[in-house]
Design a binder for this molecule. Structure first.
Ligand code: SF4
Length: 410
């Protein structure tokens, strides 16, 4: 399988793009994690990866979406983005997740990639705004991979995403990226209505046929004003997805990402481990995209390194999440997260100003940690990569609980 995948990478994309992927993402990504580990050992903190929501607007209205897509447009301007990127570069970070809303609705998105040729960008997009010209420019930039979201068959896609012919438009964008030999991925937020269609071998084979080079299964989070909790998955369904991913990784020539398990199959939360944090379209620095509460902003008159290193809210979030579960604290214990927000007087960062009400209305439910037994990686390549570059960085080794002040805290 590894040779078949290597052959796909060497023959289906542009070698210059492959070099950018290997160097800007691969090599610099490993180096960023090394720096992160050394910072942690010194008692310092700066996340090795950042998710940047560059705009809130979107042409779709997805079930479970937490973003204020219908609110007045807010976007992070190019100079502010460049400052954040350069300050992160100074900490050794060169990889950024670009999210929204729909990032390609940001008029200067291509300029971000051009201004930072030494970085690598993964853009979470519905693909609807990727014209042939945009795809050609993505190839020119070479340092960007579109991760295109597919949420079901034609009918389910329209239902899930609140639009017409949603899947057709998405597949058009995908086709243009592949035809322009751009490193292209497909992601799905797996829920009750797309599990059967998209967590199966035939879908993986279809993506390989289409020229998709990697894929990512997220677990549906029933968030936002239209949470649709009936779509959330049971522990058995989450276990089925984990088992499926582990099996596909040893037999299919396509990369399969996940951000929920280490090499032994132990669950983890990438925000609790400090692997990543999120910046909202308003510049708020949040624990993760679905936790719309913050104390700091990229517009604070302080260096970003100082903000991350001294954020008591983010530190306490990491400790609380790690001391509560190896899974998702938002799903499993939203009540504790609310207590933390009250303790820190963290502000509701939404335009709709209803994140607190939504959080308090959440019913605790199982997350990636609800598996009876961990399912370890079978693939030696994923075992190696996760063992060294994607694990819990010791976050679950006796974490303190900030809601239960110990004798030490007095
Ligand atoms: S809190 Fe939940 S949604 Fe956020 S990063 Fe952790 S597991 Fe993911």
């Amino acid at each position: 399988m590894y040779f078949r995948y290597a052959k796909r990478l060497l023959t289906e994309t542009d070698l210059r793009l492959l070099w950018k992927l290997a160097w800007n993402f691969g090599f610099k990504g490993m180096r960023a994690i090394g720096k992160h580990k050394r910072r942690l050992a010194r008692g310092e903190f700066f996340p090795p990866f950042l998710y940047l929501s560059i705009i809130n607007s979107c042409n779709l209205r997805c079930q479970g979406c937490w973003v204020d897509v219908a609110a007045k447009q807010e976007k992070i301007e190019i100079d502010a983005l460049s400052r954040v990127i350069r300050e992160a570069n100074a900490q050794g970070n060169y990889f950024f997740g670009i999210v929204g809303g729909e990032p390609f609705m940001h008029g200067e998105i291509l300029e971000i990639f051009r201004r930072h040729p030494d970085c690598y960008f993964q853009v979470f997009t519905n693909g609807h705004f990727i014209t042939d010209d945009i795809a050609a420019q993505l190839r020119q930039c070479g340092n960007v991979t579109p991760l295109i979201s597919v949420e079901g068959n034609e009918i389910i896609s329209d239902q899930r995403r609140g639009g017409q012919s949603v899947l057709n438009h998405t597949m058009e964008g995908l086709r243009r990226c592949v035809e322009n030999r751009v490193v292209t991925g497909v992601c799905t937020s797996v829920c009750k209505t797309n599990l059967e269609d998209l967590v199966c071998e035939s879908w993986v084979d279809r993506l390989i046929e289409l020229g998709v080079l990697y894929m990512w299964y997220h677990i549906y989070r029933p968030m936002g004003p239209d949470a649709a909790p009936e779509l959330a998955l049971s522990p058995e369904e989450q276990t089925r997805i984990r088992r499926f991913v582990v099996e596909m990784r040893v037999c299919k020539p396509i990369g399969i990402i996940d951000a929920y398990y280490d090499h032994d199959g132990q669950a983890l939360c990438p925000a609790a481990t400090g692997f990543t944090h999120h910046v909202s379209p308003w510049g708020d620095i949040e624990p993760c995209p679905i936790i719309q509460f913050a104390k700091e902003s990229i517009y604070d008159k302080r260096a970003l390194a100082d903000v991350f290193n001294n954020s008591e809210y983010l530190r306490d979030f990491r400790d609380l999440a790690a001391s509560t579960t190896r899974g998702c604290i938002v799903l499993e214990r939203p009540d504790l997260l609310h207590e933390l927000n009250v303790l820190h007087e963290a502000r509701d960062t939404t335009a709709r100003q209803s994140a607190t009400r939504e959080l308090c209305a959440l019913v605790p439910r199982p997350s990636q940690a609800s598996m009876a037994e961990p399912i370890p990686e079978k693939s030696w390549a994923y075992r190696f990569a996760k063992r060294h570059f994607f694990n819990d960085f010791g976050a679950y080794d006796a974490p303190r609980n900030p809601l239960q002040p110990s004798e030490v805290d007095g």
